[in-house]
Structures are given as C-alpha cells and as structure tokens.
Design a binder for this molecule. Structure first.
Ligand code: DC
Length: 224
C-alpha cells in the first residue's frame, strides 16, 4: 500500500488521538499530536510570564522555543520535548488547558507550529490530529477524517482521564473547559476549527474503539 497523509480534526476530547495512535500502530505510520505543540508553547509562556497579547514578546519567546517529538524506548509512544525537557504529561494539566486556546489563536504562534508540522509531513506515512490539519496544514492530504461525539460523552471521557491524575478535579471544571475551548477554537480569526469539505465524518458516540478503527482502515484502503 502507498503511504499517505491522514489528518484527523474535530472537537476537543472526541477521541482523535486514540484513533490517530491506533492507525499509526496498525499502519506503521508516524503519529504527530499537533495539540501537544500548542500546549507546550502555552506551558513555556506561562512558566516564563510571557505577555502573549504583546506581539514583540511573543516573537522573542518563540525564538527560544524548540519542540521535538521523541519515541519513548520503553512504551514506544511519541512524547513531546520542550527545549530538551519531556513535557508530555505536564501539558495535559488543566492550568495549561485553560489558556491553550487563547495562545493557539495567535497568528505568530500558528505560523510557528504549522511550519514545523508541514516539515514533519514531508515524507508521508504520517497521521496528524488537531483542528486545522485537513483544512490548513495539509489541504491535499489523501484522507481527512472529522471526528465528533456527543457533548456529555466527551466530558465524561476527559473527566475520567484527568481524574486519574488529579482527584480534586470536578466534572463542572472539565465541562466548562471543553465548552470554552470549542468556542474559541471554532470562532478564532486564524484557521478556525472547520470540517474540510472532503472530510469523512466519524461520530464515535456509540461505537467501540475497534469499530472506529475498522471504519478508518477501510477509508485508508480506498485512498492508499
Ligand atoms: O488536541 P488538544 O486538545 O490537545 O489541543 C489543545 C488546544 O490546541 C486546542 O484547544 C486548540 C489548539 N489546537 C489548535 O488550535 N490547532 C491544532 N491543530 C491543534 C490544537
């Protein structure tokens, strides 16, 4: 089978990364979590008290940010490094989630991330998930998937994930965060979350992970 580019976009917490990882494993593709890049940039801004409303401050800060994906020798999973530090887990914290949509709406930040994402896709055999991957980053991708799921199901899934790391978290906090991010991500001026016209829609509210993988693999076969 010919190697292709697969893009997965959609709302927050509807299982994009789960499907992307399943596909990468099954097809022996590289998986890139583009949201992790925006999260790592946000973490840097928070840690260094960067005022991201100031263009000059953002420009200077971005010059000091180096992002890299490395494969963990033990788990074989890809993890993101911010200036040589593994930040894969810390970027999932609600403190970062609360600000990431604001940071991801900044044009300079998007230009910085998109340039690196396009470079990673140069060799095909890649599956990348995010919000603008099929519309802006790889508009010519062979397979574009747009994922969606019922709101209540998405909240419950993310709550379970976050609760495992932080038992103080409430379902209300998670619900508010998802609603806020979805709103900002789909209403921003630069590259808002949109379904590409040629995307295949996958609603996984009522199907198992095995069923969603089977469906996506059928689409890959058709395109590759
Ligand atoms: O996929 P995620 O939830 O980890 O992404 C975190 C945030 O980053 C999300 O709320 C919006 C932003 N993002 C984006 O604007 N464009 C992408 N391609 C990926 C993520």
């Amino acid at each position: 089978m010919k190697k292709i580019i697969i893009t997965i976009d959609g709302w927050s917490s509807c299982g994009k990364s789960t499907l992307a990882k399943q596909l990468a494993k099954e097809l022996n593709y590289v998986y890139i979590d583009s949201g992790a890049m925006y999260r790592a940039i946000t973490l840097y801004f928070l840690r260094n008290s960067i005022d991201w409303k100031k263009e000059k401050a953002v420009k200077e800060a971005l010059q000091n940010i180096q992002l890299e994906f490395r494969t963990n020798d033990v788990t074989k999973k890809t993890e993101i490094y911010l200036n040589d530090e593994n930040v894969e887990y810390i970027i999932r914290d609600l403190v970062v989630a609360e600000k990431v949509s604001e940071v991801a709406a900044i044009k300079q930040v998007r230009d910085f991330a998109v340039a690196q994402q396009r470079k990673m896709g140069g060799k095909k055999g890649i599956v990348m998930d995010g919000r603008d991957i099929g519309t802006v980053v790889f508009p010519k991708a062979e397979l574009k998937i747009f994922m969606t799921a019922d709101n209540a199901i998405r909240v419950e899934r993310r709550f379970k994930e976050l609760f495992a790391q932080n038992p103080n978290i409430t379902i209300e906090e998670v619900k508010n965060n998802l609603e806020m991010r979805d709103y900002i991500d789909s209403h921003r001026e630069v590259s808002p979350l949109r379904q590409a016209e040629d995307a295949m829609i996958l609603d996984n509210s009522n199907i198992t992970q095995e069923q969603q993988l089977k469906k996506a693999l059928e689409w890959v076969k058709e395109r590759a």
